[in-house]
Design a protein around this ligand. Structure first.
Ligand code: NAD
Ligand code: UDP
Ligand code: UDP
Length: 327
């Protein structure tokens, strides 16, 4: 199914390229020999994530907001621009919807003018508080259209609609991946996501904040494997549009994750319960049959192994053994 060597010398646009996933994607594309144009307004991304790339002559950074039209010349587009953690996307919910919807329109317009393939980083959130598990691509979801998460969920759903309408109406080559919870180095330590919160709290011996009773589940994918899946998706034949789920089906409860992180850090932290945010999905696990079939993609990094690598990254970022330094 894979069409060609996707790593040939192309000029590739990565929106959201200074973020967690985007910066890893830039790394991998550059390693493969491409030229990369990274477009980011640095809302949640940081220059630190890409500073090691700034001296590379094949890398270019442009500070720009994708809600504003963009006229550049590229061969492929990966559209990742959008805050992804609940505290960030709920900080300015109107801007979040604009980023997903206006951002998609502009990037699709750009792709249409250039007649180039464009990949959308969609999300498992399109399934909302799913009534089936695992979630397969044929499931239409259970999303509250007016809740606090809706700016993100509905924005991403609308972006998917736009992608498929550009495909049907204008024959644009599109690729849509639905990404499930992903973790690893370069996550923002203050982004409020569960992995970054728990590791930071554990390293400082602070209380580990479990929202609700911790029985809700997530399935966590290690970042390197997720990026491989995204790049493989771009490399598929034109007829393969997706949506295709990308995630690691290894499911665990939030409480189990907390216990694993406490054990791995040797932390003195206590698990404490906090109010469950509204519309928090109860169960999330990807069905990745299509990804296996079309991409030959099968994530294999065990959660404990990936968490160990992420803890090492956070120790470096927060000061070697932040916890011990406090003592
Ligand atoms: P992130 O917040 O680290 O990265 C998003 C990047 O987009 C940031 O660098 C931010 O500054 C930039 N951005 C935001 N609004 C922008 C705008 N209007 N114009 C230009 N740039 C803008 O998040 P991430 O985890 O790297 O997520 C990247 C993409 O993947 C997002 O689209 C997200 O919805 C999707 N996704 C991520 C996950 C995950 O678990 N990390 C899961 C599902 C989907
Ligand atoms: N656009 C862009 N860069 C381009 C081409 C288009 O940012 O190179 C934006 C443009 O501002 C437009 C949007 O993409 O509003 C959608 O473009 P399209 O051609 O699909 O529709 P239009 O609105 O131009 O009829
Ligand atoms: N969560 C938690 N404590 C935290 C942060 C998050 O218990 O400090 C829970 C949250 O309620 C959710 C899960 O962990 O059930 C994953 O949250 P995250 O924000 O990482 O991602 P999402 O909800 O978007 O999947």
């Amino acid at each position: 199914m894979l069409k060609r060597n996707y790593n040939s010398r192309k000029r590739i646009l990565v929106t959201g390229g200074a973020g967690f996933l985007g910066s890893h994607l830039c790394d991998r594309l550059l390693e493969g020999g491409a030229e990369v144009l990274c477009v980011d307004n640095l809302f949640t991304g940081t220059k630190r994530n890409i500073e090691h790339l700034l001296a590379n002559p094949r890398f270019e950074f442009l500070r720009h907001d994708v809600t504003i039209p963009l006229y550049v010349e590229v061969d492929e587009i990966y559209n990742l621009a959008c805050p992804a953690s609940p505290i960030h996307y709920q900080h300015d919910p109107v801007q979040t919807t604009k980023t997903s919807v206006h951002g998609a329109i502009n990037m699709l317009g750009l792709a249409r003018r250039l007649k180039c393939p464009i990949l959308q980083a969609s999300t498992s959130e399109v399934y909302g508080d799913a009534l089936v598990s695992p979630q397969a691509e044929g499931y239409w979801g259970n999303v509250n259209p007016i809740g606090v998460r809706s700016c993100y969920d509905e924005g991403k759903r609308c972006a998917e609609t736009l992608f498929f309408d550009y495909n049907r109406q204008h024959g644009l080559p599109i690729k849509v991946v639905r990404i499930f919870n992903t973790y690893g180095p370069r996550m923002h330590p203050q982004d409020g996501r569960v992995v970054s919160n728990f590791i930071r709290q554990a390293l400082y011996d602070e209380d580990i904040t479990i929202y609700g009773d911790g029985s809700q589940t997530r399935s966590f994918c290690y970042v390197d494997e997720l990026i491989e899946g995204i790049i493989r998706m771009m490399g598929t034949e034109e007829g393969v549009t997706g949506p295709i789920n990308l995630g690691n089906p290894q499911e665990c409860t939030v409480k189990q994750l907390a216990e694993m992180i406490v054990a791995q850090t040797g932390s003195q932290s206590q698990l404490v319960s906090r109010e469950l945010p509204s519309d928090d999905p109860v169960q999330r696990r990807p069905d990745i049959t299509l990804a296996r079939e079309h991409l030959g993609w099968n994530p294999s990094v065990d959660l404990s192994e990936g968490i160990a690598k992420t803890i090492t990254y956070f120790e470096g970022l927060l000061g070697k053994k932040a916890r011990q330094m406090q003592a």
